[in-house]
Each structure stands twice: as C-alpha cells, then as structure tokens.
Design a protein around this ligand. Structure first.
Ligand SMILES: [Zn+2]
Length: 61
C-alpha cells in the first residue's frame, strides 16, 4: 500500500531524547540533532524520522 510521503518536516513536530524520553517542541530552522537534551545532554531526534523508526524497530525486536 502506498505510503504517504511527508515533505513538511520543516515546520512543527516534536524532538525527543532517545536516552531519557524527554520531549520538546521542534523549533523551526533548528534540526533536532543540533539540539541537546536539557536533562541528560544527549542529541535529540526528530519524532517520526528515519532514526526514530530504527529505534522503534530495535525496541520491538
Ligand atoms: Zn535526555
């Protein structure tokens, strides 16, 4: 089944920390990966991104 492609990754969305599950609003113009978790200092990931999907798959396995 065709998966809808999303090209609007630039606006809105959520950044999260893969280590402590901190979540924060994504700031437009700043990649999540350029931001640091205020709790533990890890690099944040974009929710729903390729890396996020990899993480989910690892957790399910
Ligand atoms: Zn964290």
């Amino acid at each position: 089944m065709p998966q809808q492609r999303r090209h609007d990754m630039g606006a809105g969305g959520t950044c999260f920390c893969p280590k402590c599950d901190y979540r924060g609003a994504h700031q437009s113009g700043i990649p999540c990966q350029d931001e640091r978790c205020p709790r533990c200092g890890a690099k944040l990931l974009r929710e729903g991104s390729y890396h996020d999907q990899l993480l989910q798959q690892k957790r399910e396995a």
